[in-house]
Design a protein around this ligand. Structure first.
Ligand code: NAD
Length: 272
C-alpha cells in the first residue's frame, strides 16, 4: 500500500547556519542529485504557503480545505478556493531561484544528473524551464471525478471542467490534488525510487507533511549529503548536512553558480 499524506509536529533544536560554499562542495560530489521543493519555494513568486502568513483564506484554514473532509462538507467552498488559487498561480511568474534550477539541471557537472520533485501543485518550475518535474501531490490545474471512475483532465483557463459533471459517469468533479489522508500517486514515487539519489537539495519545505517529509531525514541518516534551504528553522534543520537560512530566491542563484563552477568541477575530478 502507498504511504498517505499526514502532518508530523516534531520540532528540534536550532542548528548553526552554514555556508553556500560548504553546500556546493557537498552536493557537487553527487552523481544523482534530488532537488525537493515545498511551498516556500513558490512563496517568493507570490504563492502563499498553507502555514504562517497567507495560511488563512476568507477565515478558513487553507490546510483544512485541502482534505476530503473539507470537500465533503462544502464542495463549492473548496472549488471557490481552488479557482482562486489557479488564477493566482497563473498570474505569478517564476523567480530567479526557480529559473536557476533549470540552469543547474543543464550544467550540473558530468556525469551527474539532477531530478526535480516537488510537493507543490503549481507549474512554476516548468515555466522556469525545469524538465521532468515529479509532482508528488498532483497538479493544481487537473480536475478529476470525485466518484473515482478514473476520469481526470487538465482544466481550461476558465476552469470549465470544474463546473460540469464527469463526462464518463456523471459524478461530481473535484480537484485532482492529493489531499491530506490520501495516497500519493504511484508513478512519481516509483520514478523517485528508481532514481536512487545520492544527495538532496531540500528547498522551502516545513518537513511536516508525510510521507515526502521522510525522504530527507532518511537520506541524512544513511550518511548522504542533504542541504536545506529555508527562511526558518524546521524539524529537519538540526540533522541537515548543511542548513542555509534564507529566502529561496536569494540563496539559490549563488549556490547554483558555485555548483556549476569550474572550482567545484575541479574538486569533483579530484574526488573521482
Ligand atoms: P510546507 O509544509 O512545504 O512549508 C513551507 C516552508 O517554506 C516553511 O518551512 C517555511 O519556513 C518555508 N519558507 C517560506 N517562505 C520561504 C522562502 N521565501 N524561501 C525559503 N523557504 C521559505 O508548505 P505548506 O504551506 O505547509 O504546505 C503543505 C502542502 O500544501 C504542500 O506540500 C503542498 O501540497 C500544498 N501547498 C502547495 C502550494 C503550491 O503549490 N505552491 C502552496 C501551499 C501549499
Amino acid at each position: 500500500m502507498l504511504p498517505k499524506m499526514h502532518h508530523s509536529d516534531e520540532r528540534r533544536t536550532s542548528p548553526v547556519p552554514q555556508t553556500v560554499d560548504e553546500a556546493a562542495l557537498r552536493l557537487g560530489a553527487c552523481k544523482r542529485l534530488l532537488v525537493l521543493t515545498g511551498a516556500g519555494m513558490s512563496a517568493d513568486a507570490g504563492v502563499p504557503t498553507f502555514r504562517g502568513e497567507g495560511g488563512l483564506w476568507r477565515g478558513h484554514d487553507a490546510a483544512k480545505l485541502a482534505a476530503p473532509e473539507g470537500f465533503a462538507a462544502d464542495p463549492e467552498l473548496v472549488w471557490d478556493w481552488y479557482r482562486e488559487r489557479r488564477m493566482q498561480v497563473a498570474a505569478c511568474e517564476p523567480h530567479p531561484g526557480q529559473r536557476t534550477l533549470a540552469l543547474l539541471q543543464k550544467h550540473f557537472p558530468w556525469p551527474g544528473r539532477v531530478l526535480m520533485a516537488t510537493t507543490n501543485e503549481d507549474d512554476l518550475l516548468e515555466r522556469a524551464g525545469v524538465a521532468g518535474v515529479l509532482h508528488l501531490h498532483g497538479s493544481l490545474f487537473d480536475t478529476r471525478c470525485a466518484d473515482a471512475c478514473g476520469w481526470q483532465a487538465r482544466d481550461s483557463a476558465d476552469n470549465g471542467l470544474s463546473l460540469l459533471p464527469c463526462p464518463i459517469c456523471g459524478g461530481a468533479p473535484r480537484p485532482a490534488s492529493v489531499w491530506y489522508g490520501e495516497a500519493l500517486p504511484r508513478g512519481p514515487l516509483e520514478d523517485l525510487a528508481s532514481f536512487n539519489p545520492d544527495g538532496c537539495l531540500l528547498i522551502g519545505s516545513s518537513c511536516l507533511v508525510q510521507p515526502a517529509a521522510a525522504i530527507p531525514p532518511e537520506m541524512a541518516v544513511a550518511g548522504l549529503p542533504v542541504v536545506e534551504v529555508n527562511s526558518e528553522e524546521t524539524p529537519f534543520s538540526s540533522i541537515a548536512t548543511v542548513h542555509l537560512r534564507g529566502m529561496a530566491k536569494d540563496v539559490l542563484p549563488p549556490l547554483v553558480d558555485l555548483l556549476t563552477s569550474k572550482t567545484v568541477q575541479d574538486q569533483r575530478r579530484k574526488l573521482t
